[in-house]
Design a protein around this ligand. Structure first.
Ligand SMILES: CC(C)(COP(=O)(O)OP(=O)(O)OC[C@H]1O[C@@H](n2cnc3c(N)ncnc32)[C@H](O)[C@@H]1OP(=O)(O)O)[C@@H](O)C(=O)NCCC(=O)NCCS
Length: 215
């Protein structure tokens, strides 16, 4: 995930709903609702420019140094990219995921979920959709994540991402290091041998260790 801030204008970042508020409204609105005990499906579709006010509203609540509107406009304007939104009703955006392709490698640039809908499968819905849209078994995905962001690291690990490196003081707001994570044919089998520049990762003193004991 790329850091945010004025010094960084362009650098390099459908599922279940447990007992979700508004499920009755979703059902009434005709949205697909799972018959499972505690799950509802979100609708995933490509983000449009007119969705950006809702994106910005979520972004500002999710991050201490949010992306600007211009950064989202830039990402949506790229032809080689996949920008997805998760909707919980016709108008209500629950989250978004921005994925750009640089050369042959996909970068997950930003993923965020409305804080009131955390842990209800919104991010899972978007990543399921993303990897279904990009089914090449040789496709390589990478991202940066704050070392302290355990929820996001856990999410990415569920999708076969492994920590393969560190970018020192990557985040300008607090100088935090980023883990570099990759999802490749090898990482899906628990190895790093096809990951560019993969190396041993030592946790930065004072931060949490890499989850899963991976170095
Ligand atoms: C990270 C984030 C996108 C996850 O979105 P979400 O919709 O809540 O995630 P999901 O409900 O799909 O969770 C999927 C899995 O991720 C992991 N996970 C998500 N939130 C977690 C948390 N708070 N603690 C531990 N694991 C968590 C779990 O493995 C979870 O599966 P489970 O619920 O079956 O245990 C969300 O917390 C968020 O928007 N955070 C703020 C923005 C951010 O940090 N983005 C990532 C930047 S790199």
């Amino acid at each position: 995930m790329r850091p945010r801030g004025p010094r960084d204008p362009g650098r390099g970042r459908a599922a279940r709903l447990r007992a979700a508020p508004g499920r009755r409204a979703d059902r009434a609105a005709g949205w697909p609702v799972s018959t499972g005990a505690e799950s509802t499906r979100f609708r995933i579709q490509r983000l449009r420019y007119q969705d950006l006010p809702q994106v910005i509203a979520i972004e500002r609540r999710a991050f201490p140094a949010p992306w600007s509107l211009a950064m989202f406009v830039l990402e949506l304007s790229k032809t080689a990219g996949v920008c997805l939104g998760a909707w919980r009703s016709e108008e209500a955006l629950a989250g978004y995921c921005i994925c750009s392709r640089y050369d042959t490698i996909w970068h997950i640039m930003n993923i965020s979920v409305d804080p009131v809908l955390h842990r209800r499968g919104v991010a899972t819905a978007m990543l399921d959709d993303l990897f279904t849209r990009l089914p090449d078994p040789e496709a390589q995905f990478t991202l940066e994540v704050r070392q302290s962001n355990l929820p996001a690291i856990a999410l990415y690990e569920r999708y076969g991402f492994l920590i393969a490196g560190v970018r020192k003081r990557y985040y300008q707001d607090n100088g935090e290091d980023a883990y570099i994570m990759w999802r490749t044919a090898a990482t899906l089998e628990g190895r790093l041998d096809d990951v560019p520049n993969a190396g041993p990762v030592q946790p930065t003193p004072g931060t949490v260790p890499p989850p899963g004991g991976r170095r």
